[in-house]
Design a protein around this ligand. Structure first.
Ligand SMILES: Nc1ncnc2c1ncn2[C@@H]1O[C@H](COP(=O)(O)OP(=O)(O)O)[C@@H](O)[C@H]1O
Ligand SMILES: [Mg+2]
Length: 209
């Protein structure tokens, strides 16, 4: 079976879709990566359309369009080629998000440095724990050095919550590249955002083994 990463967080606007798209591109070097848009708002599918309409060099990604029982067959097909599936999920612990978490080898929970994001993220971590899936918080839109970030990090440590070592800064290129159907690695390979994304992907790849 392929490795499956579910990007989940009950709170909307935390950065799930941005992380899923950018991580898929970052991990597509050297392996087959498929994205599965499990969010009925379909922002990832719209990103795909922009991507297909655009010009220039882009990483080859697959997009899974299947639902329900067929997903098992698709995962097996991709798994035969040592593939990876990244699932973007809806902002609620509804059936689809729960199923994605249940089938994941790693659950990533993006959160912005604000208490409501942390409270919502804890709910998603509890869900992952209930399903016995490994999970990591991913600090997103985190100002490099700020009191807010420091207090969030202290809070995360105090509660013993698992968190990725690499955080993503608040960088406009995440929004502008997404609007062009690209990842930050493709739109601005020399940007700080691209460096962070590459480091984050390396940390995730190491966790998957
Ligand atoms: N690291 C970042 N820096 C700047 N903007 C970001 C970053 N991550 C996400 N965003 C922006 O925040 C908004 C919400 O992100 P999105 O990925 O759609 O969240 P979700 O899928 O969790 O609802 C989008 O406008 C996106 O461009
Ligand atoms: Mg989304």
């Amino acid at each position: 079976m392929p490795s499956v990463i579910a990007v989940a967080q009950q709170k909307g606007g935390a950065g799930k879709t941005t992380l899923a798209a950018n991580l898929a591109v970052a991990l597509a070097a050297g392996r087959r990566v498929a994205l599965w848009d499990a969010d009925p708002q379909h922002s990832l599918s719209r990103w795909r359309r922009l991507r297909e309409e655009g010009r220039g060099a882009r990483a080859a990604l697959e997009f899974l369009e299947v639902a329900g029982w067929r997903i098992g067959i698709e995962l097996e097909r991709i798994g035969r080629t040592n593939g990876l599936v990244v699932i973007d999920t809806p902002p609620e612990i509804a059936t689809d998000a729960r199923q994605a978490v249940r089938g994941a080898d790693l659950v990533l929970v993006p959160l912005q440095p604000s208490p409501p994001d942390l409270w919502a993220a804890e709910g998603t971590l509890r869900l992952a724990a209930a399903e016995r899936r490994p999970a990591r918080l991913v600090l997103n839109r985190a100002p490099a050095a700020s009191r807010l970030r420091a207090s969030m990090e202290a809070e995360i440590t105090a509660r013993g919550l698992p968190v990725l070592g690499v955080a993503l800064g608040n960088r406009a290129v995440f929004a502008s590249s997404f609007a062009a159907g690209l990842s930050v690695l493709e739109a601005a390979p020399r940007s700080a955002a691209a460096t962070e994304m590459a480091l984050l992907a390396a940390e995730v790849a190491a966790l998957l083994g």
